[in-house]
Design a protein around this ligand. Structure first.
Ligand code: SF4
Ligand code: SF4
Length: 381
């Protein structure tokens, strides 16, 4: 039965005090994982060492993980890693005191675990919310143990030391809030007005981003710098387009025209297939999912669909293109001979030619070249 502080069955794998692996997790793996998470949030090496030492001493922040309207994909992405040590380590670095999906307990037992953890760690526990919260008709569309998600999230958040919304559902509504949003689904920040809710949008969110935030809070008692949507800047400060491995092809005007064509097989830019990377803030290209290099949409040949952005994910059609907010400066690169027989993006920007033959990126780049930063910001909102 899963009571507060109990290990997760099958995941009680690593003795942090002695660093002795029980299921093949060694100290090197442990240090590597913690270091990677700390580095991801932009902490200095001395602070990283502090975090590693604190974690190795057995520091385990109490975490209460709530599930509402969602697919559990964010939890799955944490557990279904190519290398299971990531999940084992994360679950050993925190004291997961309540998690409906992972707990063997049910009914009164798991409700007891929730309230025991809340009382024992009042004001200190980390409340992680996965899933949107239905608000229509007093929230009757999601009930757990006879109480609505609205009631539960308000109760648990009231005494939390930190609140984190993991995934797009919890951050801004995600799939459950897609039009026509029949249940009035909202993200946690919209429900917990006035509270700081760190958002980690993504469908799913990257587990390393979560681990970084939780470790910083547990060791330093602080939260990372957040943007205006309460997303950690270390993970959401740049758009996918900035760090995309296909960016060279975009700059050179080499675009996939249709799935399976020669350009697609050659790994060219997916902008014309509807890639939302130029308007999507996330670090997917820098932190692979499942610890497999290239394991993210663009890495496997599919356009980014903008899952971290409320105005894009599940709202804008998959293959619609977005405006280019930061076009390549027109005189930075030498002229490019376009492979597809169209006008290259750079040449288009230089000439300012607008016509039916213009390729999508070139057209959007020339359209946006004169825009100010202010109008760019509005475009992203
Ligand atoms: S954000 Fe995506 S992966 Fe996460 S729970 Fe929602 S639908 Fe599932
Ligand atoms: S448009 Fe998409 S595929 Fe092309 S460089 Fe930008 S992010 Fe990468």
């Amino acid at each position: 039965m899963g009571r507060a502080g109990d290990p997760i069955p099958g995941l009680e794998s690593f003795d942090l005090a002695t660093s002795s692996p029980k299921h093949g997790v060694d100290r090197r793996e442990f240090v590597k994982t913690v270091t990677l998470a700390a580095a991801a949030i932009g902490l200095s090496s001395s602070v990283t060492t502090q975090i590693v030492e604190a974690a190795a001493k057995g520091l385990k922040p109490s975490v209460i993980w709530l599930h509402f309207q969602e697919c559990t994909g964010c939890t799955e992405s944490l557990l279904r890693t190519a290398n299971p040590t990531l999940a084992e380590l994360i679950l050993d670095l925190i004291s997961l005191d309540y998690h409906e999906t992972l707990f063997a307990a049910a009914g009164d037992q798991i409700e007891d675990a929730l309230h025991t953890a809340m009382e024992a760690n009042k004001g200190k526990y980390v409340c992680i919310i996965e899933g949107a919260i239905p608000t229509k008709d007093n929230g009757i569309y999601c009930k757990i143990a006879g109480r609505t998600a609205l009631e539960i999230v308000n109760e648990v958040a009231a005494d939390a030391g930190a609140i984190i919304a993991i995934g797009s559902c919890a951050s801004w509504g995600g799939i459950p809030s897609a039009d026509p949003n029949p249940t009035g689904a909202k993200g946690a920040p919209a429900v917990l007005e006035g509270k700081t809710v760190v958002t980690l949008p993504g469908c799913p969110a990257n587990p390393y981003n979560l681990l970084g935030v939780v470790l910083q809070y547990a060791v330093l008692g602080t939260l990372p710098a957040l943007d205006e949507k309460a997303r950690p800047k270390f993970a959401y400060g740049r758009v996918i387009h900035d760090d995309c491995p296909r960016r060279g092809h975009f700059d050179a005007g080499r675009f996939v025209q249709q799935f399976g064509d020669e350009a697609h097989r050659a790994g060219y830019c997916l902008y014309k297939m509807g890639c939302k990377g130029p308007a999507t803030h996330a670090n997917c290209s820098l932190l692979s999912f499942g610890e497999v290099p290239g394991s993210w949409p663009i890495g496997v040949g599919h356009p980014c669909f903008g899952c971290t952005e409320q105005k894009l994910g599940f709202r804008v059609a998959l293959h619609d293109t977005v405006d280019i907010v930061r076009p390549t400066p027109p005189d930075t690169y030498p002229p490019i001979k376009a492979d597809q027989g169209n006008v290259g993006a750079i040449a288009t920007g230089l000439a300012g030619v607008v016509g039916g033959a213009l390729v999508g990126a070139g057209y959007m780049a020339s359209k946006k070249l004169g825009d100010s930063d202010e109008s760019d910001k509005k475009k992203e909102e």
